[in-house]
Design a protein. Structure first.
Length: 268
């Protein structure tokens, strides 16, 4: 467990979802407050990433008693260092013991914008409602719900992924037996059958150092939402999202390059 510091608090304010807890070791010399001078965030006025600073007067003076940080709440207010007009505010609860400081962000303004990956958004376009709910759950730290939605999305979109794999194989191995096996799969085929054939079909560039992403993905899906706590589900939902993005982006890039090259050859 790392000791709490200005850097820890900065990262926590910038990245932690609402209502999630983070625990730190108490430093040898306890802090007097949670106050930090600066964070980095996007300024809507400047329309770019900027440093945001606490412009408020800290008060106090020489000779005044400095109390150690105690259990309670802290309010943070930062203004854009460039335009001074855009402000970000945070409410944090801290629980201080003899050895640890545990903090939770329970308020944030303006509301953090949800990051949506354009590639996945396009790939899951006909299942956009589930994808949107998954993103909301991931952004807010609702691990079990995020995992459940990501599992549903993969189950509903495995056929589209298999189509990409089949097209990639067909471009170089017209007589491949794997293509015939892929063609036999139907929408109602068991998920295990689809994953098993897809694992055989994945090209080497999608199996980094022998690690098969679809095999790992199926293991996670098989073990199910009931096997993990909220934090583990959140991590696995993010991993599922990253694996799918890697495979889709690689397959899509190769398809684009093939089509472009085909067009060039046709124009000779």
């Amino acid at each position: 467990m790392e000791k709490i510091s200005d850097k820890c608090i900065k990262v926590f304010l910038e990245t932690a979802p609402l209502y999630s807890w983070k625990e730190f070791k108490k430093p040898n010399l306890n802090r007097s407050s949670m106050w930090i001078n600066e964070i980095d965030s996007f300024c809507e006025t400047c329309n770019q990433e900027r440093p945001f600073q606490d412009m408020r007067s800290r008060g106090g003076g020489a000779g005044m008693d400095i109390k150690a940080l105690s259990t309670g709440t802290s309010f943070f207010q930062f203004s854009c260092a460039s335009c001074r007009g855009n402000q970000h505010e945070y409410l944090v609860e801290q629980i201080v013991t003899d050895e640890t400081i545990k903090i939770q962000k329970y308020g944030e303004r303006p509301r953090k914008k949800l990051e949506r990956d354009p590639l996945l958004q396009n790939f899951f376009s006909h299942d956009s409602d589930c994808y949107e709910k998954a993103i909301v759950c991931i952004s807010n730290g609702y691990g079990i719900a995020a995992f459940a939605y990501m599992r549903r999305i993969i189950e509903r979109n495995i056929n589209e992924l298999l189509d990409l794999i089949q097209e990639d194989i067909s471009s170089t191995e017209i007589e491949s037996p794997i293509i015939a096996n892929l063609a036999k799969l139907r929408p109602e085929s068991k998920m295990s059958d689809k994953i098993s054939i897809a694992n055989q079909a994945l090209p080497e560039y999608l199996i980094p150092e022998g690690l098969n992403p679809l095999g790992r993905l199926y293991k996670v899906l098989s073990e199910g939402v009931h096997s993990y706590d909220d934090g583990e589900c959140l991590n696995r939902a993010k991993t599922i999202q990253a694996c799918i993005k890697f495979m889709i982006s690689e397959l899509a890039a190769r398809k684009k390059n093939r089509d472009s090259f085909k067009s060039l050859i046709g124009g000779l």
